[in-house]
Every structure is written in structure tokens, then in C-alpha cells.
Design a protein around this ligand. Structure first.
Ligand SMILES: [Ca+2]
Ligand SMILES: [Ca+2]
Length: 207
């Protein structure tokens, strides 16, 4: 067993210990999967109804499980549109509810509500408007508590429906993660779901 493997085992053991502490402090545990299922577009399917009606604005922020996604308008965006929820009948969705940055070049920032650091483990990504002649590439950039920048880029399969992407080891001890919607000129637009986050820093019990 080499040093790198030993280091990984040590980190994993430390995370297990942290996890047990967290369960003592936080009834929801350290891991959260943010799935957007509490959102609604108000769309009711019916014969002849246009399923593209199953998309609705959410506003500039969305909060769940003590995390918040914040919308940053595209440069020069005159009337910021915020996030949208794509419902289960959206033609390019596959039966779930997902969030989208609702403007070309708009951005999302994910943070913990208490400002403490977290790890980002995985995210599901899909082409918002289905397959395209353009590639769908999403670049995630984060900053750690020590000021280091981390990034990871995922390329989607250009088929309707979600794929799960796992973040590299460096996506931990993060203060925030940001990513941008496609520009619809060189990069197709995406939506996201099932964001798996792990709280890695905890409030002392006396707080
Ligand atoms: Ca969902
Ligand atoms: Ca896909």
C-alpha cells in the first residue's frame, strides 16, 4: 500500500468520525441530497396541453437543507430572470424536477447558509432543451476555506435525460461553488438535480 492510498484511508476515517459527530449535532446528518422536489410549476398535464408549460420561474435564490443557490445575472442582463424549475413533464426532463439557470450566461453560486465549508460530491446534469448541435459543457469552480481554487468540467452525452457526475477529491472544504449556464452560441444550456453535499465543518455543541 502506497502513501497515497494510506492518506486516502486516513481521510476517509476522519470523515467517518466527523460524520458521527455530525449525527450528534444535526438530526439530518452531514450529507444532503438537494432534489428540488418541493418546487412546483403549477402545470397540470391534460390531453393536448403543451408540456413546455411545465417550466416556471423560481426567483433569484433557492434554499434547501441549509444550503442556498444564488443566481448571478448574465453580464448586461437588464431584467434578471433567476432560476427556473423544470417539472416532470418538461419534454427534455425524465420525470423529476430540476433547477436551471434561466438565462444564457447567468451563473449559480452554491453556499452553506451558515457560511461554513462543505464538500460537493456529485450532481446530475441534463440538456435543458434536449440534444443540440452544440456541446453541453459545465465548468464548476470552487474556493476552499484556505483560498485554493478548484475546478472540474463535465461534458454531457447530448441525449435527453440526466447523467450523474462525481466531483474530484479537491471539492471539499469549500466556501462556495459557482458555475455558468451555456451561452447557446458555443455551449448548450443545462439543468441540474440531486446535488450531493456533505457538511465537513460543524457548529460546536455550545452554539
Ligand atoms: Ca429532482
Ligand atoms: Ca443527457
Amino acid at each position: 500500500m502506497n502513501k497515497s492510498q494510506l492518506r486516502k484511508i486516513a481521510v476517509f476515517a476522519a470523515m467517518l468520525c466527523l460524520g458521527q459527530l455530525a449525527v450528534a449535532d444535526d438530526s439530518e446528518g452531514p450529507t444532503a441530497i438537494i432534489n428540488f422536489q418541493d418546487l412546483s410549476t403549477g402545470f397540470v398535464p391534460c390531453p393536448g396541453c403543451d408540456p413546455t408549460g411545465d417550466l416556471a420561474g423560481v426567483g433569484p435564490t433557492y434554499s434547501s437543507r441549509s444550503y442556498t443557490f444564488s443566481y448571478t445575472p448574465a453580464p448586461g442582463e437588464p431584467f434578471p430572470v433567476g432560476f427556473a424549475v423544470a417539472g416532470p413533464f418538461w419534454p427534455f426532463n425524465d420525470g423529476t424536477k430540476a433547477l436551471a439557470i434561466n438565462s444564457d450566461n447567468g451563473s449559480a453560486t452554491l453556499k452553506r447558509d451558515d457560511g461554513r465549508s462543505f464538500a460537493l460530491a456529485a450532481i446530475d446534469l441534463a440538456e435543458l432543451n434536449g440534444p443540440s448541435e452544440l456541446p453541453t459543457i459545465v465548468l464548476f469552480q470552487g474556493m476552499t476555506a484556505s483560498g485554493a481554487l478548484v475546478s472540474s468540467e463535465f461534458t454531457l452525452d447530448n441525449q435527453t435525460g440526466f447523467q450523474r457526475f462525481h466531483f474530484p477529491d479537491g471539492f471539499k472544504d469549500l466556501l462556495y461553488v459557482q458555475w455558468q449556464q451555456g451561452n447557446n452560441v458555443t455551449n448548450n444550456v443545462h439543468m441540474f438535480d440531486n446535488v450531493v453535499v456533505v457538511a465537513t465543518q460543524f457548529r460546536p455543541r455550545e452554539d
